[in-house]
Design a protein around this ligand. Sequence first.
Ligand code: NAP
Ligand code: MG
Length: 434
Amino acid sequence: MKIKVRNPIAELDGDEMTRIIWKLIKERLILPNLDLALEYYDLGLANRDRTDDAVTREAAAAINRLGVGVKCATITPDADRVSEYHLKRAWPSPNGTIRGILDGTVFRKPIVARNLRPAVRSWTRPIIVGRHAYGDLYQAVDFVVPGPGTAELVFTPRAAAGGALAGGAAGEGAAAAGPAGGAAPGGAAEQVRLSLHEFSGPGVVMGMHNTDASISSFAAACVDYALSERVELWFAAKDTISKRYHGRFRDLFAEAVEKRRPEFEAAGIAYRYMLIDDAVARVLKHPGGILWACTNYDGDVFSDMVASGFGSLGMMSSVLVSPKGRYEFEAAHGTVRRHYYEHLKGHSTSTNPIASIFAWTGAIRKRGELDGTRAVADFAGALERAVLGLVEAGVVTKDLVDLIEPRPATYETTELFIDAAAERLGRELERTGA
Ligand code: NAP
Ligand code: MG
């Protein structure tokens, strides 16, 4: 008897080795057990090229409509891929396109097993990292200062544009706002001009920005995800030094949490704001079980630190959460090109399918929660237990051999690992009577 899933999930297929794994997971683990309608979008590079990338935008719209999507890793084409696949052009990153349409935030979550020893001994539960993927360093303007001169920061309110600036603004309102800066948000009528630095020789200068809308949307997604995962929420910045820029982040975050305060209290979850250096020091001694919300640069750096600290790319899952509460699940790794080329030569591979399997279970559990179908969410749990049970029994792919204790004598091929998972899932479902 298959378990009935009430509403469809958007399925986004992908490329190379992960496309091979994807099909095996779907055919051997998911569809034999679930009566599930999948709205299929083929984001394989050939089909993106054929549809002028319309398929990516349609897939994003489907996630928006259905609420839940599951995505296979895809190639982001560079010049080499354009010739390898004879593409019309180098299509943009599908993840970037989907994120743009859903206005989402990406959370990376490590998959932990009892015998998989992270490099950081205290980490026993997942540390989820949420990265604000807009602004700051990544949308900055900068340049190399050739020699002595003045660098200034100028803001011209839209209404005043053309008026105040028309005659070239030398001296006009110079440093009016003083070092305190701070035009009142939401309606400065006058131009703001701040001295950045008086250069006596060559150097470098940079201007960064962010927007209230983007920060608030990021904060809302973090709040939503922390509540959905029932984990403590951390946000850290450097507001002691950057009183206005980082201070604004701190305040907008606090506002987003305040709006959902009763839900935090009901779930018994805390929100903690701290200085970024304090957060880094604490996280290394923490057992985990937290969502660490990071500004753009911090998220770039610390998501890689956490991923590497937990052990393997094959054990890192990822979810895109939109501020409207739409979810897209995927593995954090790419299409594992090197293994695919081995596969094409007819060699068997030992590629870890666990992060891709957890993309499926994440989507299935969320579907069950949104539909209020307990059995569906329970199936996701059973599949995760089956897979982790294998790892804990020492049945693993090659990437995990050096990471688990005791070290297994051998490892499985991609396909045999998935078959072993299917067998163990069968027993797990029998045991729980599903
Ligand atoms: P990758 O797929 O992340 O793999 C890099 C290396 O990491 C592999 O060669 C392998 O190391 C190891 N690895 C990653 N996942 C593994 C797994 N599941 N099991 C075992 N080992 C694993 O990066 P890539 O091969 O350099 O990139 C291929 C394509 O992926 C690129 O075209 C890129 O655009 C795309 N990409 C897509 C996404 C996405 O869709 N979310 C994300 C990143 C990259 P060994 O070779 O040492 O075995
Ligand atoms: Mg990085």
